[in-house]
Ligand binder design. Sequence first.
Ligand code: ADP
Length: 296
Amino acid sequence: DLLVVGSANADLVIGVERRPGAGETVLGSDLAVHPGGKGANQAVAAARLGARTALLARVGDDAHGRLLLDAQRAAGVDTAGVLVGGAPTGVALITVDPSGDNSIVVSPGANGRLTPDDVRAAGGLVQASRVVSAQLEIPLETVVEVVRNLPPGSRFVLNPSPPRPLPSEVLAACDPLIVNEHEAKVILGESSAGDTPEQWARLLLAKGPRSVVVTLGAEGSLVASAQAVARVPSVKVAAVDTTGAGDAFTAALAWRLGTGSSLEEAAAYASRVGAAAVTKQGAQDSFPTAQEVEAL
Ligand code: ADP
């Protein structure tokens, strides 16, 4: 069973001809509201593949929180661990210009109020999990508390996004740490990061994780542990929108690890899930079922 600990955001998207300057107002398209946030995305991605999935997160007692809960339940996620109240639901205000470039303001809201106490109170949920997957859109001390509560024999997967330097206690628990190029460089410190994914992986392993996965977009990924380093190819698809691909990849990988797959096997499956996710618009709307992954 997979437990995702992380963020839930409402993505509020408006298309604009151009961004407003200070003091200026521009008119945009109709508002689109989508469920998002890395934690919520991962939970939906795993559940849609057929994984038994629970989410530990916090939303506000408001319409955005209800939208997020509805999306989780529709995908089949166990939402008993989704706490309600304390602050408004996290929101991402997104403007998209005609070239497709985004400008985003995030209000973490309730995500910032998911506390170490909440993790302790959800002890049963954590203890019942074979794999726990987290990201960094919640307070770091909450992630630290998750690591301290992992049951023996379980596996911890971390996508450190948005990236920041990590305490060794967290790094040592990761199996794997999943990073893209930007995240790898922030965690290593830009100047000492090396030039190739193989170098990033080797340098990251030296910081304590039992394994590392570097995702490389259309180039696929690289998996690394003390035993072996291997490239995992991507699946060639016509990319429409890469939003959520990393979340789908991570969720699929975490689930497959929990079913006993090797890291390389799990990454190969996750590549197909990530590829399927880029063939459709949006984040949660773009995540495939197991049958759709087979058909790819
Ligand atoms: P992030 O969004 O975290 O930067 P990536 O863009 O590297 O993550 O995507 C995660 C994974 O999804 C990749 O390792 C790859 O397997 C798959 N993927 C992403 N973009 C594409 C693409 N254009 N074509 C095929 N697969 C892709």
